[in-house]
Structures are given as C-alpha cells and as structure tokens.
Design a protein around this ligand. Structure first.
Ligand code: BTN
Length: 247
C-alpha cells in the first residue's frame, strides 16, 4: 500500500478529516496526522483527550476488498500493528478486546474504526490514538492511562517517526489480512499478543445488559466468545469488556 501522510498542526478530529477526504475520493493509504485535536473522538461517543504534542493522532483511509463479514478484523489488524510498533520501542503491550492497547493494565492506545459508503465504494477509517506523553493527563485518567514517555527511559519518538513505524506495521499486517488465509492469520497474530484471547475472567457491558464469564477465543470475524458460569457461550460482537480479578 502506498501511504500519503497529510499533517495538520490542529484539527477537529483526524477521523472526521479522513472521512471527509474518503468521501471526496481519497485513495487507500491516505493518512491524516495532527499535532492536536479539538474534538478527538473515542468509541461510544466518548471524547479522546488530544492535547498538543502529547500523543499521536492518526487516521488512515482503507478501501478493503475483503468479504464484508471479515471487516471487524480490520480493528484487530490495527491493534496488532500498534502492538508491534510499541514492541519496537521496547514496550511490551497487551491488546484488550477489541480496540484498546494496554501496558501493565493501563491504556496507552485506543482505536476507532468507522465506515462510510463513498462514490468509490466502502471506505473504512481506522483512527489510532497513542499517548506519547503523560505530563498533561488530567487526574481522572492518570490511574488508568499510560504513555510511551512513562514506559521507556529514552525520549519518546516524534509524531513523524512514530507515524513511520506505525505505517510500516500497518502495511505489513494489512497485506497479511488481504493475503491467503488472511483472517485466520490475523486472528492468530492477535491471539499471540492478547491475554484476553482465552481464559480471562471478564465482565461484558452491552447497551442493555451486563454479564460475566471467561473468554474462549474468537469467532471467524473477530467477535469474542465468552463462556458463562453455566457453560453456555455468548458471542460478543461489540461492547465494553472489563477485566475481572479472579482472586
Ligand atoms: C477509544 O479508545 O475509544 C478510541 C480512541 C480513538 C482515538 C483516535 S485519535 C485519532 C483518531 N481521531 C479521533 O477523533 N479518534 C481517533
């Protein structure tokens, strides 16, 4: 995939801009990177705090050719790519289903995938926010969030070098997803990088119900299987997962 990176000092949301560009016909591989976001968005309508130069605020336009049923695997592919990027910086991370990357149980990255029908077909926008500095975390998030700065002794990478690393891994794993046995290989790559794959006691929070169980692998499309105390299996396509302590 050929990457074109458009950099903004400040923007509302890199996902919103990538979506605008996709609707205007942007090619796959267009990346939007901003020094800060004034309306950074997280999942479930949440705000993504996007202080100036405290994080990588990155979105990429994809025009996937894979079967529609496998589209959710794009988010898993992005998580694997972030995990590999952090590993190159010496950070051992964990992927929390479906879109969070954690280090020692604190969130270092969130991923927001959105789709849009465009004149050129379906576009998927993958937005990735990686905390590079914790210096300006508000107190309410400092217990649950971490940053590259907090996890390594060296100075955190610049947005530009982090973008280069990340796009290299995205290019690799997106090609894997599109290749022979792509979905199966991405699920395996994800399994190797996530303690949530199986045997993890979790609470699942859906719009209208909450239940607890133990994770039991992924469905073909990346949905999470959770075994309930009675032994039946629930398949979670979307929702929030919280780790339960087993002790
Ligand atoms: C989440 O964990 O809820 C997902 C957070 C995704 C944040 C990134 S930052 C770059 C891109 N632009 C946005 O507005 N959101 C995503």
């Amino acid at each position: 995939m050929k990457f074109t990176v458009l950099t903004f000092d400040s923007i509302d949301s890199t996902n919103t801009e990538a979506m605008r560009q996709a609707r205007q016909g942007a090619d796959e591989g267009l990346c939007i990177v901003a020094g800060q976001q004034t309306a950074g968005r997280g999942r479930l309508g949440r705000t993504w705090i996007s202080e100036k130069d405290a994080g990588l605020y990155f979105s990429i336009v994809l025009r996937p050719g894979i079967e529609t049923a496998f589209l959710p695997l794009i988010t898993l592919m992005a998580g694997v790519s972030v995990h590999a990027t952090l590993a190159e910086l010496g950070i051992e991370a964990d992927i929390k289903w479906v879109n969070d990357v954690h280090v020692n149980e604190k969130k270092i990255c969130g991923i927001l995938s959105e789709t849009s029908e465009t004149a050129r077909g379906l576009a998927v926008i993958v937005g990735i926010g990686i905390n590079t500095r914790s210096s300006n975390f508000p107190p309410e998030v400092s217990d649950t969030a971490t940053s590259i700065e907090a996890e390594i002794a060296a100075a955190p990478p610049t947005s530009q070098s982090l973008t280069e690393l990340l796009t290299r891994h995205l290019s690799h794993f997106y090609a894997v997803l599109n290749g022979d046995n792509g979905p199966e290989t991405i699920r395996r790559e994800w399994k190797e990088r996530s303690s949530y794959y199986s045997g993890k006691p979790v609470r699942v929070v859906l719009d209208d119900e909450t239940f607890s169980g133990v994770t039991d692998g992924l469905e073909a499309n990346g949905a999470l299987r959770v075994v309930l105390p009675g032994g039946s299996v629930r398949v979670v396509q979307a929702g929030d997962i919280q780790r339960l302590r087993s002790e």
